[in-house]
Write a protein that binds this ligand. Structure first.
Ligand code: FEO
Length: 166
């Protein structure tokens, strides 16, 4: 596997772990606010991001390429309300989607077919992730200032389970 691509995949491992870290921090904040369903959703997302990072990690090992784990940035949360939190999540996932497209293009340019296949999986995953976040954002916009409805949504999010295909 070309060295430049190995670096790019290692950097994406960092980005996935940093995503995980952001969601874990968000989970703690929701827990402190008593919104346990939102906290659970964020914690499940933390788990999914860890799965993504390990998918890339295992891919490097299978290709006999070098794994170089990098330092992670401290997560900075720029939200107070659930609506602001999910706006942050959507923006973050769109950033990750952009990174995945970039990595896919690098794999195409290098004619690295196995990496292209893997990136196709991530491209599909990003479509699903952005879609589910948009659905929650739609709900949050409908909820508005209603505390009672927010609690119902909190209960709904408490039911989220880790996607086995994630
Ligand atoms: Fe691993 Fe949320 O993208």
């Amino acid at each position: 596997m070309k060295e430049q691509l190995q670096h790019a995949v290692n950097d994406q491992i960092r980005a996935e772990f940093e995503s995980a870290y952001i969601y874990l921090a968000a989970s703690a904040r929701f827990d402190a606010q008593g919104l346990n369903g939102f906290a659970h959703w964020m914690r499940t997302q933390w788990e999914e991001e860890t799965v993504h990072a390990l998918k890339l990690y295992d891919f490097l090992l299978q290709r006999d390429a070098q794994v170089e784990l990098q330092a992670l940035s401290k997560p900075e949360l720029s939200f107070e309300t659930p609506l602001e939190a999910f706006e942050m999540v959507l923006e973050h996932e769109q950033y990750i989607t952009g990174r995945i497209y970039e990595l896919y293009q690098q794999a195409v340019d290098a004619r690295d077919y196995p990496l292209q296949n893997l990136m196709q999986w991530f491209i599909d995953e990003q479509v699903e992730e952005e879609d589910s976040v948009r659905a929650i954002l739609d709900d949050l916009r409908l909820v508005g200032d209603s505390g009672a409805t927010l609690l119902l949504l909190d209960r709904e999010l408490a039911a989220r389970q880790l996607d086995p295909g994630a």
